[in-house]
Design a protein around this ligand. Structure first.
Ligand code: NAD
Length: 497
C-alpha cells in the first residue's frame, strides 16, 4: 500500500501535531469494507517521553498549573460545547474507524460532552475538611490535590465515550493527561484531542500517543512521571497494567470485561424483556463490556420466551453502519472477527444448539466486511466456555433456571461482576436480586442505561475503582493533611508528654 493514498492522522503533543519518532505508521481499517482507510502513528518509548514531558510541564508550570478550579471548570464546560458542535463529525469518523452504527454513534457523541459539562461543574466543589483535632493548640485541615500526569488508556469499542468518562474527571481534578487509544480505532480520539486547543486549553494539558500496547502502552504505564493509570480494556492488558503500576506504586482504575447475566422471570412484562435481552447483546454487535451475554430464563416461560426472542432477533437488519436503517454492524477488528467465529465453533463442540445465526451472513453485499450473524444458543450450561468466557460479539447463550435462588447462584457463578439485568414485576424480587447479584451495576426492567451522574465499574475480575458520578473525581486526587501549631512555644523534645 502506498502511504500517500491514505490520510495520516498525527498525534498531538504539547499542542503540536507530531509524527512518530520511528517514522512508522499503522493502517487503520474500515470494518464494513475490511480495508484500510487511514494511517496512525506507530509510537514507542521516545514518543512516550515527549508526551509525558509535555504533560508534566503543563502540570508543573504554565497557565494550567496556575488556574483556579473554577477557571478549569469553565474551560471544561467550553470544551463540552465545542465537542457538541463537532458531534456529528466525530460520530462519522468513529463509525468509519470502528464500524459502530451511525444511529448509535450520533446519539453517543451528542451525549459524551455531558461528562465534560458535569465534571466541569464539579471542579470547584471539591472541598477539604477542618478536623476537630484532639491536640491542644493545633489546627488541622485537609485539601485534595491533583496527582500529576494521568495516562488514559482506552479500547476500540467506544473510544470517545470511554475516554470522556476518565478524561473529564482527571482534568476537572487538575491533572494533565496522556491518552493512549486503541491501535484498532484511534482516529476519532485524535480528532477529539484537536478540539482542546479550540476550546482554549493550554498546550500540553492533553496529549496523545498511538500504537501497540506493548510498544507504547507499557512504557507509558511504567513512566516515573505518570502518577495514575485509568485503563479500560481486557483482562490480559488490565493485569499487565496493574502489575506494572504496582512496581512503580501508582494508582489504577481498571474497567475490564464482563459476562453479565440478564435474568428474565416469569412475572416480567415479556415484550419489554425480549427487547431488553436483544439490546443487551446485539447492540454494537455485542462488543460492549456490559453485554448481557448470558440470558437466564425462568423454566416455566423458557419455550414461549425463546420463541418470541428468536422471532424478534431474526428481524435485525445487517448492513452499512453509516446507514440509519442498519441495526447490526460489523465486528471492529479482524482478530476479533476470527475470535467470535471461533467461539461459535466452541459452543457447538460443547453441545450448544443454534437457534439463530451461527456464522457469517450469506448476503453478498456483506462479504467484504467483518460481519457475524446475531446468534442465539440454547442447551447451554453455565459451566461451558461459551457461558464463562467473554466473547465480545453478537452471541447470546440461553440458560434456564428454576427460582430466585438458582438465578442468583448462576448469575454469580462467574469470574466477572460488571453488570446484571433483572426483568420482573415484583418489587420485592427487584430489591432482593439487586442486593444479591455481585455486579457493579444492576438494571431492573431496563438494560444498558448509563449516565455521567451514576458510578460505573466492576466487581471481581471486572475491575477496580469507579468512573462517573461525583465520587469518581477522587480517583484522580490525593488528600493532604496540613497541621498548623499556634502554640507560642515548641515543647522540649526530650520531655515526653
Ligand atoms: P485491550 O486490553 O486489548 O486493549 C485496551 C487498550 O490497552 C488498548 O489501547 C491497548 O493498546 C492497550 N494495552 C494493551 N496491552 C497493554 C499493556 N500491556 N500496557 C498498556 N496498555 C496496553 O482491550 P480491547 O480488546 O481493546 O477492548 C476490549 C476489552 O475492553 C473487553 O474485554 C471489554 O470488556 C473491555 N471493556 C471494558 C469496559 C468497562 O468499562 N469495563 C468498557 C469497554 C470495554
Amino acid at each position: 500500500m502506498s502511504e500517500q493514498t491514505y490520510l495520516k492522522i498525527r498525534n498531538i503533543v504539547g499542542g503540536k501535531e507530531v509524527d512518530p519518532v520511528s517514522g512508522d505508521w499503522i493502517e487503520t481499517f474500515d470494518p464494513y469494507l475490511g480495508r484500510p482507510w487511514a494511517l496512525i502513528p506507530r509510537c514507542g518509548q521516545a514518543d512516550v517521553e515527549a508526551a509525558v514531558a509535555a504533560a508534566h510541564a503543563a502540570f508543573s508550570s504554565g497557565p494550567w498549573s496556575q488556574m483556579k478550579p473554577s477557571q478549569r471548570g469553565k474551560l471544561l464546560r467550553r470544551f463540552a460545547a465545542v465537542m457538541a458542535e463537532n458531534a456529528e463529525r466525530l460520530a462519522e469518523i468513529e463509525v468509519r474507524d470502528n464500524g459502530k452504527l451511525m444511529a448509535e454513534m450520533s446519539v453517543q457523541c451528542r451525549y459524551a460532552p455531558e461528562w465534560f459539562e458535569y465534571f466541569g461543574g464539579l471542579a470547584d466543589k471539591i472541598e477539604g475538611a477542618v478536623i476537630p483535632i484532639d491536640k491542644p493548640e493545633m489546627f488541622n485541615f485537609t485539601k485534595h490535590e491533583p496527582l500529576g500526569v494521568v495516562a488514559c488508556i482506552v479500547p476500540w469499542n467506544s473510544p470517545i465515550l470511554l475516554l470522556s468518562w476518565k478524561l473529564a474527571a482527571a482534568l476537572a481534578a487538575g491533572n494533565t493527561a496522556v491518552i493512549k487509544p486503541s491501535e484498532f480505532a484511534s482516529a476519532s480520539i485524535l480528532e477529539l484531542a484537536r478540539l482542546f486547543e479550540q476550546a482554549g486549553f493550554p498546550a500540553g494539558v492533553v496529549n496523545t500517543v498511538t500504537g501497540y500496547g506493548n510498544e507504547v502502552g507499557e512504557p507509558l504505564v511504567a513512566h516515573s512521571l505518570v502518577r495514575k493509570v485509568a485503563f479500560t480494556g481486557g483482562e490480559i492488558g488490565g493485569r499487565k497494567v496493574y502489575e506494572t503500576a504496582a512496581k512503580h506504586f501508582k494508582g489504577v482504575t481498571l474497567e475490564l470485561g464482563g459476562k453479565s447475566p440478564n435474568i428474565v422471570f416469569a412475572d416480567a412484562n415479556l415484550d419489554n424483556a425480549v427487547k431488553g435481552a436483544i439490546s443487551g447483546i446485539f447492540a454494537a454487535s455485542g462488543q460492549t463490556c456490559i453485554a448481557g451475554s448470558r440470558l437466564l430464563v425462568q423454566k416455566s416461560i423458557e419455550q414461549e420466551f425463546t420463541q418470541r426472542l428468536v422471532e424478534f432477533a431474526a428481524t435485525a437488519r445487517m448492513g452499512d453502519p453509516k446507514s440509519l436503517d442498519t441495526q447490526v454492524g460489523p465486528i471492529t477488528t479482524q482478530p476479533q472477527y476470527q475470535r467470535v467465529l471461533n467461539y461459535i465453533d466452541i459452543a457447538r463442540q460443547e453441545g450448544a444448539k443454534t437457534l439463530l445465526g451461527g456464522g457469517k451472513p450469506d448476503d453478498p453485499a456483506l462479504k467484504q466486511g467483518w460481519f457475524v450473524q446475531p446468534t442465539i444458543f440454547c442447551n447451554v450450561r453455565n459451566s461451558m466456555r461459551i457461558a464463562q468466557e467473554e466473547v465480545f460479539g453478537p452471541i447470546l447463550s440461553i440458560i434456564p433456571f428454576a427460582d430466585d435462588d438458582e438465578a442468583i447462584a448462576i448469575g454469580n457463578d462467574i469470574a466477572y461482576g460488571l453488570a446484571a439485568g433483572v426483568w420482573t414485576s415484583s418489587i420485592a424480587r427487584a430489591f432482593k436480586m439487586s442486593d444479591k447479584l455481585q455486579a457493579g451495576t444492576v438494571w431492573v426492567n431496563t438494560y444498558r442505561a448509563v449516565s455521567y451522574m451514576s458510578p460505573f465499574g466492576g466487581y471481581k475480575a471486572s475491575g477496580l475503582g469507579r468512573e462517573s458520578g461525583q465520587d469518581s473525581i477522587y480517583e484522580f486526587l490525593q488528600t493532604k493533611s496540613v497541621w498548623i501549631s499556634f502554640a507560642d512555644k515548641v515543647a522540649n523534645p526530650f520531655v515526653l508528654r
